[in-house]
Design a protein around this ligand. Structure first.
Ligand code: ADP
Ligand code: MG
Length: 270
């Protein structure tokens, strides 16, 4: 038996557990089986990518893990709590506290500044204004947007908007970050910058990340890759060669005895 991988939390209780999860949409007379019996465990601090063709059920699965919808059948556990049969208001509560979302289209509030966008989820959790402002500022600084606090989304590039969205997703210090095609609207270079940032948050803050992507260059940041087709998982692959974030590489440089498997890849890039 290989030693449990400490960095990805396997060996602990899963933070997310899908047990025979089905979602069947009814469109008039027609039933669309979007998910057909998903079983999946995701462990604390894991970075998992979900890949599959368009229409395979990736977003449907994400929406249910993210408490935006409930399954037709089956069970979803989030941090030890069964979320598969909760009411809309209970789902909203959990969603606000435990989940951070990053969307393909950024989904920032157009009328609000970058700072106000990052403060907003904390407002819903009743965080006092001075603490909201302080934390939002720190988060925006950590995504290198300290000089864009008062810009509106239309005054920011796509990459900058997605960095605001990353900061926003972290504002309530969620258990899990869900990113649905986070680089889908970005060019390759900007997408890579955004991924480096997300990956760095993953290893610095130890956040569990589930990310949907079409792009193999984006999926390579993940530690495991779940392939979905026609609402079914076709394979779950470990990705031991996953790209390692800057923070982890620094740790490795500081500690040559470190026996963690780290791919010293920086030079090979591009
Ligand atoms: P993906 O994100 O992998 O592209 P989705 O999860 O969005 O796929 O969709 C899976 C299937 O469910 C598709 O056939 C889609 O048309 C269908 N579907 C998704 N959302 C709805 C909905 N709200 N009502 C009816 N059918 C839906
Ligand atoms: Mg989708």
């Amino acid at each position: 038996m290989p030693k449990e991988n400490e960095s990805n939390g396997r060996g602990k209780e899963p933070v997310i557990k899908l047990e025979d999860v089905w979602k069947i949409y009814t469109m008039g007379e027609v039933e669309v089986p979007a998910l057909q019996g998903l079983n999946l465990d995701i462990y604390p601090s894991e970075f998992v990518a979900i890949m599959g063709p368009s229409g395979s059920g990736k977003s449907t699965a994400m929406n249910m893990v993210g408490c935006l919808d409930v399954p037709t059948r089956g069970r979803i556990m989030l941090a030890g709590q069964d979320i598969s049969k909760l009411s809309e208001s209970d789902l909203a509560q959990i969603r606000g506290k435990k989940i951070g979302f990053i969307f393909q289209t950024f989904n920032l509030m157009p009328g609000l500044s970058a700072l106000e966008n990052v403060m907003l989820p904390m407002t819903f959790q009743g965080v006092p204004k001075d603490r909201r402002e302080k934390r939002a500022k720190e988060l925006l600084e950590s995504v290198n947007l300290g000089d864009r606090l008062n810009h509106r989304p239309t005054e920011l590039s796509g990459g900058q908007q997605q960095r605001v969205a990353i900061a926003r997703s972290l504002s309530n210090d969620p258990e899990v970050i869900l990113a649905d095609e986070p680089t889908g609207n970005l060019d390759q270079k900007t997408g890579r910058e955004v991924m480096l940032m997300l990956s760095d948050f993953h290893c610095r803050a130890g956040k569990t990340i589930i990310m949907v992507t079409h792009d193999a260059n984006v999926a390579r940041f993940a530690e495991r890759i779940v392939n979905i087709k026609d609402g079914k998982i076709t394979s779950i692959d470990d990705n031991p060669e996953h790209e390692v974030c800057e923070t982890e590489m620094q740790k490795e440089r500081d500690n040559p005895d470190n026996n963690k498997k780290i791919k010293k890849e920086k030079g090979k890039e591009k």
